[in-house]
Write a protein that binds this ligand. Structure first.
Ligand code: HSE
Length: 442
């Protein structure tokens, strides 16, 4: 607990883009924050790798630490702000040290929460400290508070979102400029959106970490990244995006958590969404989350998902909560750790929904009939089937005598789709691997 008649004293570990933006906001908005929170907020200590780097901040009166764990234990601070990142040490050890000494923690660290969130929430509970992490998911979008507080009285049926700006940027450029995945990713890297090793973004792992956190808040389950099925966007081609467009869809990398009769399904994969859905309008690096609460229409929150100022805005809001309420007033994941339910990885064979399938088919009489027969044998009903000639096929595809065939199915199971496609493969009427993209109803 902090003494609410005194200024709230912060120790900030990590002075990169987010840490520097946070300190500059705390200085620029000092009076407004004090008025809103009922008390002043002061940065009394910081920890960063280099003290010499010019950050444009006057930190002459601030205590410097080179060890974040020592800063976390500093007795002259009320709140430890962790902006180091990474699931391991020193971030983990520093957060544990702060919570163990009864100090509240504000963190933007999705990797740490997705992996150790449960143990850290238990530690926070035992020590009656706050563990706030609004900035870990969706940047400036207040999605954690929306789920934990704003919708505390609603049962949630489903939550899905564009949680990785890099992937949405790559898909947007591919769709709008007919660029290849590789060229579009190079652009994202050139503009500084993607990481130097972008596989964490494009293979879906960043989205999976954020989804694991949101699923816990939405469904009262234990946060567990290993329960998330993950597939990235590297197999998506401009031809898929053009076909989606013509059929009335867009392709987005979504994180989806949904209540099913067999439990909570958590999955990250390229997803076809109807072009008129709110989430389909979200382009470039912007993030968005749609929540389907039982009994009321869906809500969609849209905003900047990354960047110094966007992330600092969420960190500030968490600090403001502690300033106003003086420490732990809400369980980090919305309910006590002991009340969070076990969650298992949902087997994707059981997934039910519509599918987009793109095949390279032999351009001979009877091919479409063979494909249709195999789908019918697996009880799959087709909403549409389109055979595309000429320029839509690549030169190599045309020289092989292959034409793209695009199918949209009505709701079926993933198991049926995989078995039907294996049978079509055995019929030797297609070449290469079929492209399969799940359709999300919205
Ligand atoms: N790499 C992330 C993105 C940054 O592209 O959205 C924010 O977590």
């Amino acid at each position: 607990m902090t003494n609410e008649s005194q200024p709230l004293k912060l120790g900030i570990a990590g002075l990169g883009t987010v840490g520097s933006a946070l300190v500059s906001q705390l200085i620029d908005q000092r009076d407004a924050l004090a008025a809103r929170c009922g008390r002043a907020i002061e940065v009394v200590a910081v920890c960063a790798r280099s003290r010499r780097k010019n950050r444009g901040l006057d930190l002459r009166k601030t205590k410097w630490f080179s060890d974040p764990v020592a800063l976390a234990r500093e007795s002259d601070t009320d709140v430890f702000v962790e902006l180091i990142g990474g699931a391991g040490n020193p971030a983990k050890a520093a957060v544990e040290a702060a919570l163990s000494s009864g100090k509240s923690v504000v963190t933007a660290n999705k990797a740490l929460l997705a992996k150790h969130g449960l143990a850290l929430a238990a530690l926070a509970e035992r020590n009656k400290a706050a563990l706030n992490f609004e900035a870990a998911v969706g940047g400036a979008i207040p999605i954690v508070k929306t789920l934990r507080e704003g919708l505390a009285g609603n049962a949630i049926d489903r939550i899905y979102g564009i949680l990785n700006g890099t992937c949405n940027y790559v898909l947007t450029r591919m769709e709008q400029e007919k660029m290849s995945f590789a060229d579009s990713l190079k652009e994202a890297q050139r503009l500084g959106y993607a990481e130097a090793d972008p596989s964490f973004d494009v293979e879906g792992h960043d989205t999976a970490q954020k989804l694991a956190i949101l699923a816990s808040l939405a469904f009262g389950t234990r946060v567990d990244q290993s329960a998330v099925y993950v597939e990235g966007i590297s197999s998506i081609t401009p031809a898929d995006l053009s076909a989606a467009d013509e059929l009335g869809y867009r392709v987005k990398l979504l994180g989806v958590a949904v209540r099913t009769q067999k439990g909570i399904e958590q999955r990250v994969h390229p997803t076809m969404v109807r072009k008129d859905a709110a989430i389909a309008q979200v382009m470039g690096v912007t993030n968005a989350v749609t929540i389907d609460p039982a009994g009321i229409n869906p809500l969609t929150l849209v905003g900047p998902g990354a960047g110094g100022m966007a992330t600092a805005s969420a960190v500030l809001s968490d600090i403001g909560d502690i300033a106003r309420h003086g420490g732990a007033q809400t369980a980090p994941f919305g309910r006590p750790v002991a009340a969070l339910a076990e969650v298992r990885k949902a087997p994707m064979q059981r997934h039910e929904g519509g599918y987009y399938i793109r095949l390279l088919a032999r351009d001979k009489p009877g091919t479409a009939a063979t494909i249709a027969k195999r789908l019918a044998q697996h009880d799959i009903s087709m909403e549409s089937i389109v055979q595309r000639h000429g320029k839509e096929a690549s030169a190599q595809e045309r020289s092989n005598g292959a034409v793209p065939v695009i199918l949209i199915t009505y709701a079926t199971t993933e198991d049926a789709v995989r078995k039907a496609l294996a049978a079509v493969g055995g019929d030797k009427v297609i070449s290469g691997q079929p492209q399969v993209i799940r359709i999300e109803k919205n």
